[in-house]
Write a protein that binds this ligand. Structure first.
Ligand SMILES: Nc1ncnc2c1ncn2[C@@H]1O[C@H](COP(=O)(O)OP(=O)(O)OC[C@H]2O[C@@H]([n+]3cccc(C(=O)O)c3)[C@H](O)[C@@H]2O)[C@@H](O)[C@H]1O
Ligand SMILES: Nc1ncnc2c1ncn2[C@@H]1O[C@H](COP(=O)(O)OP(=O)(O)OP(=O)(O)O)[C@@H](O)[C@H]1O
Ligand SMILES: NC(=O)CC[C@H](N)C(=O)O
Length: 542
């Protein structure tokens, strides 16, 4: 006898801490899945009701009480559909990262996540006790085994669900984007399928949350490991999966399969989403950006416009005597192509006032990096003044290469509330700029080809202080992302003195990174929550 049921995967964009709003989103998704899609069940992401990661909100009794009230509301307000929803669950003084199965007014099953990730951006063990019992619940005769995110990255939780009789596995996720994740997820899920011979429905979150971006890409695999349904990445929505039962085997049918995104498109979309959700969820009217005519600020403006629209992006050019004519021309071309507001605030006069005022203190000491940083700090102060007066949030423009070696001025170009390029190496900044220009030309070719310069001193080039970016980025990728040692990097063909210089600068500048604005994680080791190093440290001083 053949039987069919329809699951809806709810790829929701949730707001951490907004339990009532997230609850509304679950009820709306369940209602739409039932009424529009004719679904029997709806699967939501991990910790749906709190958003992920809720961090120390989980330590508050009033927060947990709000979640308990939300579960009761979902039970009351969703009928005629089975709802798989993620929520923290307090049982006998222990908190679990749970999935609840709610049907017609009742919580009919509870599952506690077995594998609690405590690495990178994840801190599950700080809050949760691990579960060890499988949870298999019948949906119209299909026995559905419940798992949560990291559970699918290990063999045991799925194996336990199969031993308990699961026909199909569902996996509720809050799996943040990084540039390798798309393929990593699908190969991990195929391993589980090979071991278990069961189809898997993988439902991911969507949207930005501080430094992480959930890229969606929910999918359904059959028991051979073939993708039957793949939802778009960087979109929210309800995605149906039809599951047929033939000769007592349940198998997802082929539905809409979204093609994979190119590497550049995925990273660019992640940056756009990260900026948009940071600005929207924190309720800013727009952003303010210092536009120099250099590549970093040019790409930052493109991302901001794609995230928010041109009318919410405000650019300031703040020239001094060192600002070249070329910078004015290139900055002008960018703002014209994008149609954003553009003001020029000359800072030469303020710079001179500062130098005069400091003259008696500095005496006859020669000009050095102090005067460079002063210009940068005047720009930082100017941007913050515009933010205070007009309300836009300042976007910092620094990239990962600069943040790694401290090539940025504290309280100067580091000012800002969010830092979109913080996890993008300089060489990748160029690739993304070319990717964006291929969609519609915005950044003049000159900006892409001229040597990078901070323009804080006569004829200055970044390479006066730093190795060429190709070498710098390769050394940083090896040392930061692969944890390779100095000898290993030298053996790979890099000059020892350069490697030692980069490593020394990297460790010495932890203090700057600790004071830097958050930015979008796109690599496996983003500075900040993802990669935590001591500030005061004897390691790497050669
Ligand atoms: N361990 C530690 N813990 C806490 N604070 C520490 C510290 N070590 C130094 N410091 C403090 O930090 C100060 C040094 O940092 P900082 O003042 O930033 O100055 P610094 O790192 O010396 O210079 C900034 C560099 O960024 C370059 N740059 C590149 C690109 C663009 C821009 C731009 O601004 O547009 C700038 C600029 O050319 C210069 O080479 C020290 O004077 C000290 O006060
Ligand atoms: N003349 C300027 N007007 C406005 N903002 C400036 C100016 N010079 C620097 N800034 C701000 O300081 C940031 C850091 O300067 P920097 O020259 O390193 O950045 P950039 O735009 O990437 O250029 P480059 O590619 O030369 O590094 C800029 O991105 C910009 O936000
Ligand atoms: N929330 C989680 O358990 C996520 C962990 C998992 N390995 C992922 O990023 O996909």
């Amino acid at each position: 006898m053949s039987q069919r049921l329809r699951f809806a995967m709810a790829q929701l964009n949730l707001l951490v801490g907004d339990v009532p709003g997230n609850t509304d989103a679950v009820i709306a998704a369940a209602t739409e899945a039932r009424d529009r899609l004719g679904a029997t069940a709806v699967c939501c992401p991990e910790l749906t009701l709190t958003g992920y990661p809720p961090d120390d909100l989980l330590l508050r009794p009033d927060f947990i009480a709000a979640v308990e009230a939300a579960v009761e509301r979902i039970a009351r307000q969703t009928r005629g559909i089975t709802v798989f929803v993620g929520a923290p669950l307090l049982i006998e003084g222990r908190l679990y990262n749970a999935a609840l199965v709610i049907r017609d007014g009742q919580v009919v099953a509870r599952y506690a996540k077995h594998e609690l990730p405590t690495y990178g951006v994840f801190d599950d063990l700080r809050y949760f006790a691990p579960g060890d019992a499988p949870c298999v619940v019948s949906v119209d005769g299909c026995r559905v085994g419940v798992t949560i995110c990291e559970d699918a990255w290990h063999a045991a939780p799925v194996a336990r669900a199969v031993d308990a009789g699961a026909d199909v596995i569902v996996n509720l996720n809050a799996s943040p984007f990084d540039q390798y994740k798309g393929t990593a997820r699908e190969s991990v899920l195929r391993e589980r399928i090979t071991e278990s011979q069961r189809p898997i429905l993988y439902c991911n979150m969507a949207g930005g949350q501080d430094e992480v971006v959930y890229d969606g890409g929910s999918c359904a695999f059959d028991a051979r490991g073939d993708v039957m349904v793949r939802a778009p990445r960087f979109e929210t929505g309800l995605y149906p999966v039809d599951i047929d039962c033939i000769h007592d085997r349940w198998t997802p049918l082929e539905g809409a399969v979204e093609p994979a995104l190119s590497a550049e498109a995925a990273v660019y979309e992640a940056l756009v989403w990260g900026v948009r959700d940071y600005i929207e969820k924190n309720r800013f009217p727009g952003v303010v950006i210092g536009l120099s005519g250099g590549i970093d600020s040019a790409l930052t403006v493109c991302i901001a416009v794609d995230a928010l629209g041109a009318d919410r992006v405000h650019c300031l050019m703040m020239p001094t005597r060192y600002t070249s004519e070329m910078s004015h021309t290139d900055a002008g071309a960018i703002v014209e192509a994008l149609g954003v507001r553009y003001d020029t605030v000359a800072i030469e006069g303020v710079f001179n006032e500062f130098r005069d005022a400091l003259g008696p203190v500095f005496g006859d000491r020669p000009a050095d990096v102090t005067e460079e940083n002063l210009q940068s700090r005047i720009r930082g102060t100017t941007l913050m003044a515009v933010s205070n007066k007009l309300g836009g949030l300042v976007l910092a423009t620094g990239n990962k290469s600069e943040m790694a070696v401290g090539y940025a001025t504290l309280y100067g170009d580091m000012v800002g509330g969010f830092s979109p390029l913080k996890d993008i190496f300089k060489t990748e900044v160029y690739r993304l700029a070319r990717y964006r220009n291929a969609i519609a030309p915005v950044i003049p070719e000159n900006v892409l080809t001229r040597p990078p310069s901070a323009e804080l001193a006569p004829d200055q080039k970044d390479t006066d202080s730093l190795p060429e970016y190709e070498a710098l980025d390769a050394i940083l990728a090896a040392y930061v992302e692969e944890d390779a040692g100095v000898d290993e990097i030298v053996a790979a063909g890099h000059d020892r003195a350069t490697v030692e210089q980069v490593v020394r600068l990297l460790h010495r500048n932890e203090y700057k990174r600790r004071q830097a604005a958050p930015g979008v994680k796109v690599t496996t080791k983003a500075f900040g929550r993802d990669r935590r190093y001591p500030i005061t440290s004897g390691f790497g001083r050669s």
